[in-house]
Ligand binder design. Structure first.
Ligand SMILES: Cc1cc2nc3c(=O)[nH]c(=O)nc-3n(C[C@H](O)[C@H](O)[C@H](O)COP(=O)(O)OP(=O)(O)OC[C@H]3O[C@@H](n4cnc5c(N)ncnc54)[C@H](O)[C@@H]3O)c2cc1C
Length: 396
């Protein structure tokens, strides 16, 4: 049977748009299907995404070689994507990890080993120097710093998605603005229903982020946990800008796991205001139904988590006192392996690319490349950590 497309990619998010761009240089006959960001988040009753924001931390410093490699490969292509698309998204302001020597020492040791393998330059900053080098941060006297000055900072996820989409379209990818409501292996091809229309393809890649198990996109649901996350925004004025404008992206390893937080430097948002953003990794709420995930995205996140983040923020950055604090919801999609999923499902024609594990924005260009290789070649090799990325599925 003649198909409409050779390949269909579902999800115009960070991984899906990257996959479409990469695949466009490997093959013809590609469609990328997904809705755009809703104009009114609180009135929207469809699918959402984890990249509706202006800043995500990027770094190669990572305790895991695969994740560090994905980040480094992606980072090494950022400037080329910016140049080709004419859309800038990368601020190379560096990334600082700070914590007392005893906290997460295993992670730090592994990250230092990974950074040597990747050729990343990590400066260790002694407790006695940390305060002087990074005066915006009020940490205890026993904190050591690990500073990655180059190949680190933050990216604008919305802008990166725009850049990837623009280059994919220039590469011949057909962009279809619709939500997919069913994907079915019809034997010789795959049928995809979106916006009331049916499209056929030889192979399909489902890259729908935390929404991959909603609607009938996969033969069997992937084994992931879609967890709530709340971010706190501090509205910054001129006085605070003088203090925080030169700060790098910052990750603080607190005494307890629930006190670990990440901080994005001041970034200007579409409302014209500048915010310093922070978040943590503790919220226990998870979602198994589209209605519940949707209700979360229509909320302002958790007020308790916002207050928890705010208390830590004021300890670490007392100069933020008095700034207006707001919050927003997001979801992180965790896999039991700790790796992203890039592999075929029960159907040899339907593959899945998801499982960002709260850290995949920075690496999305490389993960997209892996999705493209998977569709074009049918498998991933070990140089691409193919074995580790094998998806797990819910029991039949
Ligand atoms: C609060 C927060 C902070 C984070 N901070 C960082 C950070 O600092 N650094 C970092 O590297 N990572 C960070 N991450 C993680 C990163 O944002 C995610 O890993 C990344 O967005 C995942 O990309 P994705 O393409 O899998 O999903 P998404 O970016 O969510 O894209 C999925 C896409 O699929 C589409 N879709 C869903 N359902 C359908 C359907 N039925 N039909 C068609 N399309 C569909 C959606 O519209 C969306 O566009 C953070 C995440 C959160 C929540």
């Amino acid at each position: 049977m003649a198909v409409d497309f050779r390949f269909i990619i579902i999800g115009r998010g960070m991984m899906g748009t990257a996959a479409a761009r990469h695949l466009s240089s490997m093959a013809d006959g590609i469609a990328l299907i997904g809705p755009r960001e809703p104009e009114e988040r609180k009135a929207h009753h469809g699918v959402f995404a984890s990249h509706y924001d202006e800043a995500r931390i990027t770094r190669t410093f990572d305790g895991n070689l695969a994740w560090g490699t994905f980040a480094a490969r992606a980072l090494d292509r950022y400037r080329e994507i910016e140049a080709k698309s004419g859309i800038s998204f990368y601020s190379e302001v560096g990334c600082l990890f700070a914590g007392p020597e005893k906290n997460e020492q295993d992670y730090i040791e592994r990250a230092l080993t990974v950074s040597r393998t990747l050729g990343s330059n990590i400066e260790t900053i002694a407790p006695s120097e940390l305060g002087q080098r990074f005066p915006y941060l009020a940490v205890a006297a026993d904190f050591t710093g690990y500073f990655e000055r180059k190949r680190a900072g933050h990216i604008n996820p919305r802008a990166l998605v725009r850049a990837q989409g623009k280059l994919a379209e220039q590469g011949g990818v057909s962009l279809i603005e619709a939500t997919v409501t069913s994907v079915r292996d019809a034997g010789s091809h795959v049928e995809v229903t979106a916006g009331g229309r049916r499209y056929s393809a030889e192979r399909v890649l489902v890259a729908a982020g935390g929404f991959s198990n909603f609607h009938a996109l996969l033969p069997r649901p992937v084994d992931t946990r879609v967890m709530a996350r709340t971010v706190a925004f501090y509205e910054i004025g001129e006085r605070e800008m003088a203090i925080f404008s030169d700060m790098p992206s910052t990750i603080v390893l607190g005494d307890r796991e629930e006190d670990h937080i990440y901080i994005l430097p001041p970034v200007r948002y579409p409302d014209g205001k500048t915010y310093l953003k922070l978040g943590g990794d503790t919220e226990a709420l998870s979602f198994e139904r589209l209605e519940d995930a949707g209700a979360w995205f229509r909320s302002d996140g958790s007020a308790a988590e916002r207050d928890h983040l705010s208390a830590i923020a004021l300890q670490l950055m007392p100069e933020l006192a008095g700034c207006r604090v707001t919050s927003a919801p997001c979801v992180a999609n965790f896999t039991p392996t700790g790796y992203p999923y890039a592999g075929f499902t029960q159907s040899p024609r339907i593959a899945v690319l998801t499982g960002g594990n709260f850290v995949a924005a920075k690496s999305s260009d490389e993960l997209g490349r892996l999705g493209a290789v998977l569709l074009a070649e049918g498998q991933l090799g070990e140089a691409d950590f193919g074995g580790a990325l094998t998806p797990f599925f819910a029991a039949a």
